[in-house]
Design a protein around this ligand. Structure first.
Ligand code: GDP
Ligand code: GDP
Length: 455
């Protein structure tokens, strides 16, 4: 690589600094209609998506990537769903609670024109309890005359209110500067405390696939008493379970236990819960009801885990109910509907009978191993050199783009940066990904490949 004029260590350092590591999470919370979705659109630099949502239409996507002043982070949007059967206070509180759990910092949006309401005060109490950094956004300050309204919000006791017009963009820059002040560089709850602690598993899947049954089955008598584990802090919604001789942390099990029974808005809560659990976990075990057709919802949950960059295991549950015909169709469905995650280890289980429960831990360990794999730069380039020689990129416009060299910029999940002499087509990138997997394993992990063209 030296003859290509790159100093690899510099490149790797620069890539880490440019945010190729895991991203911290910012949650935007507040009452309905204060302008959360408008603000999120402003932050992620997009104007359509969120606000256009029709009432009652389920939005599955709640996490977006954003960048401000050269730093990347994730934004969890809690806007855009209807007040539900819980009543306004409880629903805002539940929403805020879920989002805050998953976040490293919070933007609390208040409508400055309305002022602080009792509901706002209730959210403030939640924020205090959670102890996460908060930036107070006094929204709908469309002009200088509104700034006095914003100043009233000092009374909430959350520090300086930032006067903002999410609609017109006024003041959002100053507010985001403050967000970057308080937002940690890396997601603390996901990675900061990870060293040596129990591995974190998110058991996810659509309602009724058998999540709570599975949790009960694997936990059995093995639920670990908190005090036995010296030095482990435990979130009340997490569950320590001993499996295969090791302690594992199943995150966000309160959602699994159905603490909140909802009708309207239930899907939205479920998505938010899933997103929160995935953010907190290292590995996602997606449970799928093998007795039923694989649905769009199953695919979305898998996609959530993949996009979040978590290790992935697919568990097909209710295997005890399958007849031969269903088994035949299931295999076809898996090929067509979940072919893009064929790299994920698979287990066929029954939470009812206990079938193949012992295969769960090895599958999880395999996925985590793939997720943490690091390919030494020398080996990677030997492999790329042979690959490119044997299968060159197609010639385009009389030129042949060439991969010059590559480096693994990070793990959890593995991220590769390839340096090329010209534009590398998507098909060729997929080919490289496929060959990387064949060569180095990466079972159970998404891998990211980005290409930099060297001018
Ligand atoms: P959410 O329910 O908190 O997500 O609120 P929305 O983002 O859907 O906004 C609710 C309404 O307030 C919409 O009609 C927005 O256009 C409006 N709105 C949002 N931000 C501002 C703002 O800064 N100024 C004004 N005047 N209206 C705003
Ligand atoms: P959750 O909503 O994903 O937590 O699903 P539950 O654990 O509440 O299970 C939903 C229903 O599926 C319950 O009636 C369970 O008894 C049933 N169930 C769960 N796992 C199995 C299984 O492996 N086999 C069969 N036959 N039924 C199951």
């Amino acid at each position: 690589a030296a003859e290509e004029g790159f100093d690899l260590e510099d490149v790797e350092g620069a890539l880490e600094a440019a945010g190729h590591g895991p991203l911290p999470v910012l949650a935007v919370v507040g009452r309905p209609n204060v302008g959360k979705s408008t603000l999120v659109n402003r932050i992620i630099g997009r104007r359509e998506a969120v606000v256009e949502d029709k009432p009652g239409v389920t939005r599955d996507r709640v996490t977006y990537e954003a960048e401000w002043a050269g730093r990347r982070f994730k934004v969890v949007d809690t806007g855009g769903w209807e007040q539900d059967v819980l009543g306004i206070d409880a629903s805002v509180a539940a929403q805020a609670e879920y989002a805050i759990e998953a976040a490293d910092a919070v933007v609390f949006v208040v409508d400055a024109k309305v002022g602080a309401t009792d509901t706002d005060e209730a959210v403030v109490r939640l924020l205090r309890k959670a102890g996460k950094p908060v930036v107070l956004c006094a929204n709908k300050v469309d002009g200088p005359s509104g700034e006095a309204d914003a100043a009233y919000l000092w009374s909430l006791g959350l520090g300086e209110p930032y006067p903002v017009s999410a609609l017109h963009g006024r003041g959002t820059g100053d507010m985001l500067d403050q967000v970057l002040e308080v937002l940690p560089e890396a997601p603390a709850q996901t990675f900061g405390t990870a060293v040596g602690g129990p591995r974190r598993i998110a058991l996810i899947g659509r309602p009724n696939v058998g999540k709570s049954s599975l949790l009960n089955k694997v936990a059995g008598e093995e639920r670990v008493v908190v005090n036995e584990l010296a030095g482990t802090t435990r979130d009340p919604v997490d569950e320590m379970i001993e499996l295969g001789g090791k302690t594992w942390k199943f995150v966000d099990t309160a959602g699994i236990r159905k603490r909140v029974h909802l009708q309207q808005g239930a899907d939205y809560y479920a998505s938010l819960r899933t997103a929160a659990a995935v953010e907190k976990a290292e590995v996602a075990v997606v449970l799928i009801d093998a007795a039923e057709s694989i649905s769009v919802q199953d695919q979305r949950i898998v996609t959530m885990a993949v996009e979040a960059g978590r290790a992935l295991v697919l568990a097909y549950n209710k295997w005890d109910t399958l007849d031969e015909e269903r088994r035949y169709y299931l295999e076809r469905e898996i090929e067509t509907e979940l072919g893009q995650v064929a790299w994920a280890p698979r287990v066929n289980v029954s939470a009812r009978t206990g079938r193949h429960m012992e295969k769960l831990v090895p599958a999880i360990e395999t996925a985590l191993e793939g997720w943490e794999t690091r390919v030494p730069t020398g080996r990677l380039n030997a492999f790329l050199g042979e690959l490119v020689a044997a299968h060159p990129h197609p010639v385009r416009g009389g030129k042949q783009p060439r991969i010059l060299f590559g480096t693994q910029a990070g793990t959890k999940p593995p991220r590769f940066v390839l340096f090329a002499s010209g534009f590398i087509e998507a098909g060729y990138r997929r080919f490289i990904e496929r060959r990387l997997r064949e060569e180095f394993g990466f079972e159970g992990t998404p891998i990211h490949i980005s290409v930099r063209v060297r001018e």
